[in-house]
Design a binder for this molecule. Structure first.
Ligand code: ADP
Ligand code: ZN
Length: 702
């Protein structure tokens, strides 16, 4: 490559081979650096878009780009993905027959392929092609595996250090999602590329909303959560193997398509479960942290932590498996006091106890935070953000502080009267005047503080006591059966009149009493998205590839929104390149046309009927009643009429405040078109009709 390649040319390739219109942050610089044959270090979070950084330059090089990756299971997927985009690629590993391997050599020598994926173990077998006549670039994925400092050291990566020596003129690109400073330096040293240009991206995954809830009734909460997200894939992480199985079976009883996954299951079964998940054949996986390492599925829409993770690194990595396509995703963590105690017990028996305890403490602080959670998360990785994120539960619903001095006094004096000998459960029982065996056996009913807190629910007491612990007014003696004890601070409250600020517990709405089967069935509507999804599924089955390799969710959503009806229109969709247009375009366009034809006729008549009644001054309720439709449907008719320029005054159905809230949500949700994400973003406080009306007004304004 003697001369520089113009930006325009890079963009054209990006569109024709990957279907994207623009580069994400830093991608272009990285690509230009590689094309200039410089060694390069890329640190980018999962889902950031590392692959394109070496795949695009590979198209311009004379020889092949060798991609070294430790995950044999992923190679086929990655090669399939390239082929789906019309890029010639192969992989080479020990699972192949000699003939298959010979064929790969042939493809290299005759320059038929642009990329070759290999496992580090197999590199030694490639001696005959490892020279500058054939190889133009070497990309090392999951590069942290080379460092003993990293969290996932692999001895086979050690041998990669010879690459620079034997191929001095060939640029080496090391890529990883693990940021830690010591590991970074070590990667460069081990690979002998200390002068490499470094690109370190932000670890902020803005599209993943963060939420922490107390763990009461978590199974019910999870069922409700999933029922609101029909057809969306998610992972639930549990601490123990048994818990994954129990939870999966409870979910199944509630008609949720869930499967368990942990290292104790037979290999066959695990492989089958993983495959079903990747192919959109199974929606929910209840797993131990063994699940996810080798998973490259871009449309995981949510991750739930049934139990608290051991540390923030683990938490970040696990939630990072959602939303890789950049669309909104949700991370929900259940915080339970019992989990913390259990994790502490695990730590007791391990080597570097102090470090692990400190890490667990940071995790706990994150879970109990009353400030923006993303700030805490990123600061843990050394990244500071100026503003609150607006997409975590604390930002959306800031805790309300109140004067909790009396509550604190009651709690602390109960702890005092119990001789600092009881754990949280019994302290609460005494405060609430419970008449259970523990209380009566020990004659606690005669204590002065017995029953002084019976006006506060059990759950709320738990919330307050945890806060008192967090603020240092009490402490948990982990070495003495987790009994609650007083501290120097407690005395100030009990004797010196110190005031205590507490936060009000967050309301979690009661389970609706509808039967779950019904809600799930009803929720899956005949939308265009559904039809596109089904079509995608059918094609993926036929080609025996993962559904997202046909089009990922982001692309499918855009197709739904834009409804392209010609090849030119179809090609403007992000994620549609030349090959995908040619292979899939026709079928998708046809599906859209059919859908529109069917809907148009029925819609037109019914909307006009509503308009007639509206003009006769009937109220929304009256129109809904007389037409046997839901008010929400009537609102959707009126919105449509309003957009068409008919004489409908929508403003009277909403307020400027609501419009402002929705406008803000619209920004965060990147102009999402369906209502549900708004409803959820606004904490279910703004009714659907109002959201629809506000969105319509905003749309018209534009
Ligand atoms: P990583 O390897 O960093 O985890 P990937 O390379 O798998 O991430 O990319 C994550 C997702 O982002 C993929 O679905 C990919 O197609 C998409 N993507 C990458 N670059 C772009 C881009 N410039 N525009 C739109 N989507 C992109
Ligand atoms: Zn926030």
């Amino acid at each position: 490559m003697e001369h520089e390649i113009a930006e325009q040319v890079l963009l054209e390739k990006l569109k024709s081979n990957f279907g994207y219109d623009s580069f994400r942050l830093q991608q272009q610089e990285i690509i230009e650096n590689i094309l200039a044959k410089n060694d390069t270090l890329v640190i980018m979070p999962t889902g950031g878009g590392k692959s394109i950084c070496f795949q695009l330059p590979a198209l311009f090089f004379e020889g092949i780009t060798i991609v070294i990756s430790p995950l044999i299971a992923l190679m086929k997927d990655q090669v399939d993905s390239l082929k789906a985009n019309g890029i010639a690629a192969s992989y080479y590993n020990s699972s192949q027959s000699t003939e298959e391997q010979e064929k790969v050599f042939d493809e290299v020598v005759t320059k038929k392929i642009k990329l070759l994926y290999v496992a580090p173990e197999s590199l030694g077998l490639l001696q005959n092609i490892l020279n500058k006549n054939y190889v133009s670039c070497i990309a090392i994925d999951e590069a942290h595996c080379i460092s003993a400092w990293g969290h996932d050291f692999r001895p086979s990566y050690k041998q990669l250090s010879f690459l620079k020596k034997s191929l001095p003129g060939v640029p080496i690109v090391a890529l990883t999602a693990t940021a830690d400073k010591a590991t970074q330096e070590d990667i460069l040293k081990q690979l002998a590329i200390s002068h490499a240009t470094k690109y370190i991206s932000s670890f902020n995954r803005e599209n993943i909303s963060l939420e922490v809830r107390p763990a009461n009734d978590r199974v019910q909460q999870i069922i409700k959560f999933i029922n609101k997200k029909p057809n969306e894939a998610g992972i639930i992480y549990c601490l123990s193997r048994k818990a994954t199985e129990q939870l999966a079976s409870k979910l199944k009883q509630n008609n949720i398509d869930a499967k368990a996954y942990h290292a104790g299951l037979p290999f066959e079964e695990r492989a089958k479960t993983q495959e079903a998940f990747i192919k959109d054949n199974c929606e929910v996986i209840c797993a131990t942290i063994a699940f996810g390492m080798g998973i490259d599925k871009s449309n995981v829409r949510w991750v739930i932590h049934y139990n608290m993770p051991k540390n923030i690194e683990g938490y970040y990595q696990e939630i990072g498996r959602s939303g890789r396509d950049g669309l909104p995703a949700k991370a929900l963590l259940f915080h339970s006091y019992a989990d913390v105690i259990q994790l502490r017990q695990f730590i007791e028996n391990t080597g570097n106890k102090e470090v692990q305890e400190a890490k667990l403490d940071r995790m706990k602080q994150f879970a109990e935070a009353t400030v923006c959670r993303r700030k805490i998360l990123l600061s843990y990785f050394g990244e500071l953000i100026e503003n609150n994120c607006g997409n975590c539960d604390v930002c959306k619903n800031p805790p309300q502080f109140f004067d909790g001095t009396v509550i604190a006094q009651k709690a602390l004096s109960a702890i005092y009267r119990l001789g600092e000998k009881e754990a949280m459960g019994t302290v609460i029982d005494v405060l609430r005047g419970a008449k259970n065996a523990t209380v009566l056996d020990k004659n606690y009913q005669y204590l002065k503080t017995y029953g002084v807190g019976n006006d506060i629910s059990w759950k709320d007491w738990q919330h307050y006591l945890i806060q008192l612990v967090n603020q240092g007014y009490s402490q948990i003696a982990f070495h003495l059966n987790n009994t609650l004890q007083l501290t120097d601070f407690s005395k100030k409250v009990l004797f010196n009149g110190e005031k205590v600020q507490l936060t009000t517990p967050v309301e979690i709405k009661k389970e609706e009493k509808t039967t779950i089967t019904k809600t799930r069935k009803r929720a899956i509507k005949d939308t265009l998205f559904e039809r596109l999804r089904k079509l995608r599924y059918r094609i993926a089955e036929e080609e025996n590839i993962a559904a997202y390799l046909v089009f990922n969710d982001a692309t499918l959503k855009e197709i739904e929104r834009e409804r392209p009806r010609t090849d030119e229109e179809f090609l403007t969709i992000s994620g549609v390149g030349q090959r995908k247009l040619e292979v899939y375009g026709g079928e998708f366009i046809e599906e859209i046309k059919n859908f529109l034809k069917e809907k148009k006729k029925t819609k037109k008549d019914t909307t006009l009927e509503t308009y007639k009644l509206y003009k006769e001054d009937f109220t929304i309720e009256e129109i809904a009643e007389s037409r046997k439709l839901k008010p929400a449907t009537i609102f959707s008719h009126l919105s449509k009429l309003y957009l068409e320029g008919k004489d409908v005054s929508l403003d009277e159905f909403t307020t400027p405040e609501v419009i402002k809230l929705v406008a803000n949500a619209k920004k965060v949700l990147k102009n999402e078109m369906t209502l549900k994400p708004y409803f959820e973003f606004l904490e279910e406080k703004v009714p659907y009709e109002q959201i629809r009306v506000a969105l319509t007004i905003l749309q018209k304004k534009r």
